[in-house]
Design a protein around this ligand. Structure first.
Ligand SMILES: O=P(O)(O)OC[C@H]1O[C@](O)(CO)[C@@H](O)[C@@H]1O
Length: 556
């Protein structure tokens, strides 16, 4: 493992610091003085058109950002990742989500094993199972075909599947509905099982480790629900409980021994590997629910999309490499412009869970304050990712992005062709929708000057309130349509952007020790919440007082 370069010691970092002070961002002037700006700063990555021209960069800044990437060995680390070196050093693992989408004909030997072969063997099993469910060949315990699939998982075993299911809803097989249970709040299981017919419902327990408290608890609740409801319907008379569980539960995990302990037949379990991080796993067997929903052919297109972006990232020269450029732009905003957050604003209702998905991908990856050599960082890392689909966000939080005191870089995402082409009289509603997409990035970049506000005849006392200073940064990403392949490309784009930032910051983007303490404490605190006095006495004053309040109020 190479020692990470402290980026603040490099010439390019120092130069960028100076540029931050001397270059006053002025997108109006920059666009005016350079009619080639858009052409120079618009890129193609696979099917994605990416316009970076409305970012707060000039040629000098961009050059130094790319130089910073070079001297912090981003490309070298990228190659190490693609080749299966153990760059996740705190867990001593390779980081190989990119192997999940390699075509079958490729070979990649890692730790003495051809991982591409392994990947395709599992894909084959997942697809065969998906086809059986889709064709009605897989039967519930009473011989009926499956109409509802409930995926039980949390974090990476939930956010990816649910996001993709929503995004590719037009591709979902008619007559099939998938639901997603993640929260240990019992409301989640209660609501998601409501109205289901146990005879036609299949549960997928998705957990990389198969130890996650939420998922295993929810899986047990679901098993109880299944058996109780089958019994109540008289549907268990001719079958044992074990037969019912075998017909209605399958699992996805790297821990197949634990799957067996839970009572799920390992023959009905789909594996993956420790070199796939949870938040990078939607294209592994964790996507089994998706393979059922959209079918193996569409799932293959989804994987091809990832692969397209992987090739772009691995092979494109730095000056045209979109994940590299976007990752370095984020470095510019976080470390030099002091932006603490990053908005993701899809103009596609189907992508309404994309910002939530990116929150785990980016924040669990780069929310770190030690480098991979164990040294503390003395610069900012990570940013808060957030967002909502346009146009909803426009009527909620865009005010702050337009006129607030913080610089919030924003990624706008839109598609030329809608899933549902509807008309309002003669007006194409998608065109109205896209006009908002174009208008927002224009308003952010170019604002409205005092003179323009006055020219509108604005009352003098509200002129300043109506000025938009402009030069608010945005990136526009467009594609022909939200297909499985385009979605795969979009996800891989953000995976690689996250990689680039982590590499420059010298952090291990592939562990997540920061979530462990809370998990352990929840188990330690549980006896106190049940009312055990010794356990209560062991808590800090605030926690004890809160638990006592709970105990005084509980009615069950
Ligand atoms: O798939 P598992 O092992 O149940 O883990 C679920 C999630 O829990 C975490 O480990 C921590 O929240 C995530 O990284 C992971 O995606």
């Amino acid at each position: 493992m190479n020692t990470p370069v402290d980026p603040t010691t490099t010439d390019s970092w120092n130069r960028l610091n100076q540029l931050k002070d001397v270059v006053k961002p002025d997108l109006r002037a920059w666009f005016h003085s350079d009619r080639q700006r858009v052409e120079k700063l618009t890129y193609q990555a696979g099917d994605l058109l990416v316009d970076l021209s409305k970012n707060l960069i000039n040629g000098d800044i961009l050059r130094n950002l790319l130089e910073l990437a070079r001297v912090t060995n981003v490309e070298e680390r990228r190659d190490q990742m693609f080749n299966g070196e153990h760059i996740n050093n705190t867990e001593n693992r390779a980081v190989l989500h990119t192997a999940l989408r390699r075509p079958a004909k490729e070979r990649l030997n890692v730790d003495g094993q051809d991982v591409v072969d392994d990947v395709h063997a599992v894909l084959h099993k997942v697809f065969a199972f998906a086809d059986r469910v889709r064709d009605g060949e897989w039967k519930g315990v009473t011989g009926k075909a499956i109409t509802h699939v409930v995926n039980i998982g949390i974090g990476g075993s939930d956010l990816g599947p649910v996001m993709v299911y929503e995004a590719l809803e037009p591709y979902v097989k008619e007559g099939l509905e998938c639901r997603f249970v993640s929260n240990i709040d019992p409301t989640d299981v209660a609501q998601k099982t409501a109205g289901l017919d146990p005879e036609t419902t299949l549960f997928i327990v998705a957990s990389k480790t198969f130890t996650t408290l939420e998922t295993l608890t929810n899986a047990r609740l679901a098993r109880t629900w299944l058996l109780d409801s089958l019994r109540a319907a008289g549907a268990l008379d001719n079958a044992t409980e074990a037969e019912a569980v075998a017909a209605h539960f399958v699992a996805v995990s790297t821990a197949l021994d634990k799957v067996k302990e839970f009572g799920i037949n390992p023959a009905n379990a789909f594996g993956f590997w420790d070199w796939v991080g949870g938040r990078y796993s939607v294209d592994s067997a964790i996507g089994t629910v998706l393979a059922i929903a959209i079918g193996p052919d569409n799932f293959r297109d989804f994987l091809d999309g990832f692969y397209k972006m992987d090739r772009h990232f691995a092979e494109t020269e730095a000056e045209k490499n979109v994940p590299l450029l976007m990752g370095m732009l984020n470095i510019w905003y976080v470390n030099f412009c002091k932006s603490a957050s990053h908005a993701v604003l899809p103009y596609a209702q189907q992508l309404h869970r994309f910002p939530a998905y990116l929150q785990q991908l980016t924040m669990e990856s780069n929310g770190k304050s030690v480098r991979w050599d164990g040294a503390g960082v003395n610069y900012e890392t990570g940013e808060v990712f957030w967002g909502e689909p346009g146009t909803n966000g426009q009527h909620a939080f865009y005010q702050l992005i337009h006129q607030g005191t913080q610089i919030v870089p924003a990624d706008f995402i839109a598609f030329a062709n809608p899933a549902y082409p509807l008309k309002d009289g003669k007006k194409d509603v998608h065109e109205l929708f896209l006009s908002n997409f174009f208008a927002q990035t224009q308003a952010l970049a170019f604002g409205k000057t005092e003179a323009e506000v006055r020219a509108e005849g604005t009352r003098e006392e509200i002129v300043t309130a109506r000025i938009f200073e402009g030069s608010r940064p945005s990136t526009s990403i467009m594609a022909p349509a939200l297909t499985p392949s385009v979605l795969g490309q979009l996800i891989a784009l953000y995976e690689h952007i996250t990689f680039v930032q982590g590499a420059v910051w010298g952090v291990n983007s592939y562990d997540q020790w920061g979530v462990e303490l809370g998990k352990k404490l929840a188990l330690d605190i549980f006896p106190a919440v049940e009312g055990d006095e010794d356990a209560l006495a062991a808590q800090d004053d605030s926690t004890r007082s809160l638990i006592r309040y709970y105990l005084s109020q509980r009615r069950h």
